[in-house]
Design a protein around this ligand. Structure first.
Ligand code: SF4
Length: 273
């Protein structure tokens, strides 16, 4: 952990501060079925339902003294967000280079189109992230996402089905290594985050799905961060051979379900040095 970054990894966080620069959204994936942001909006601001709004006033939160890792969510690349606002967000990130910015989208086509427009080279502290929840979404969106320049990570959350991403992880161009032995390339996925669903109606995630992603990342030497099981948990025990085994699913709630997979947590975040 670095001198400044204070991410609360024990809570499954990979960011210091989440920031909603765009409020409201429209569903575009099975992973949106139980969208927390839309549920909150429906509850507290029903008059704004499905009305995408940009919040330029929140950009001043990037004015930090100590570097922070910001997670920018609620889709900056939604089709209703004007290009001008996206420009303003990038301009501000360039102006505050002490921070790390994680920009998450479920809409890689618009992210790619925006990133293809000519502008200054991307600093290493701006990371683009794609969220997928099942194989179909991965197959459709990852090939587009791989063409986005710069540092990239995949967020598999909520994980709703097994996913094979091995080809994408292995689709490496000119490989180098960072100081920690991780391979790096401009056209591949530099990190994978994974988490189960939370909240009312959450769908359970199976142990084998998570193990498979862990193993694919390990095989490709790509950093893997396991955010947690979500609302549904696993009972861990030792089997007859003394090996760790997981048993049936229980609705434990997010605090109790925890982040352990086969006896350990997976905390590898490349932006935390
Ligand atoms: S893209 Fe994100 S914010 Fe938009 S509906 Fe889906 S889960 Fe919600």
């Amino acid at each position: 952990m670095g001198d400044f970054i204070m991410i609360d990894i024990n809570k499954g966080r990979y960011w210091d501060e989440g920031i909603t620069l765009v409020s409201s959204c429209t569903k575009c994936s099975p992973g949106c079925d139980h969208c927390w942001a839309l549920a909150m909006e429906q509850r507290f601001k029903p008059e704004f339902k499905n009305q995408v709004q940009c919040h330029p006033e929140r950009l001043k939160r990037f004015n930090t003294r100590k570097p922070k890792v910001f997670a920018v969510w609620n889709d900056l690349f939604h089709e209703a967000v004007p290009d001008e606002f996206i420009h303003d967000v990038y301009w501000k990130m360039y102006r505050e280079p002490q921070n790390t910015y994680l920009i998450l989208t479920k809409r890689p086509q618009r992210m790619l189109e925006y990133k293809q427009s000519p502008h200054r080279p991307l600093p290493n502290k701006i990371w683009h992230g794609l969220t997928v929840c099942n194989q179909q979404e991965a197959d459709e969106k990852i090939p587009i996402f791989l063409r986005v320049p710069g540092k990239k990570f995949l967020s598999i959350e909520p994980m709703l089905a097994p996913i094979n991403i091995q080809l994408e992880l292995l689709q490496m161009g000119n490989l180098g290594e960072d100081g920690r032995g991780h391979r790096m390339a401009s056209d591949n996925i530099d990190a994978v985050l994974l988490g189960g669903e939370t909240g009312p109606g959450a769908r359970p995630m199976q142990i084998e799905w998570v193990r498979s992603i862990r193993d694919q990342c390990q095989g490709a030497n790509v950093p893997f961060f396991f955010k947690g099981w979500g609302k549904w948990g696993v009972n861990w025990m030792n089997d007859d051979n003394g090996m760790i085994a997981g048993s049936e699913w229980m609705d434990k709630g997010i605090k109790k379900s925890g982040r352990v997979l086969d006896g350990r947590t997976h905390d590898d975040l490349p932006w935390v040095k």
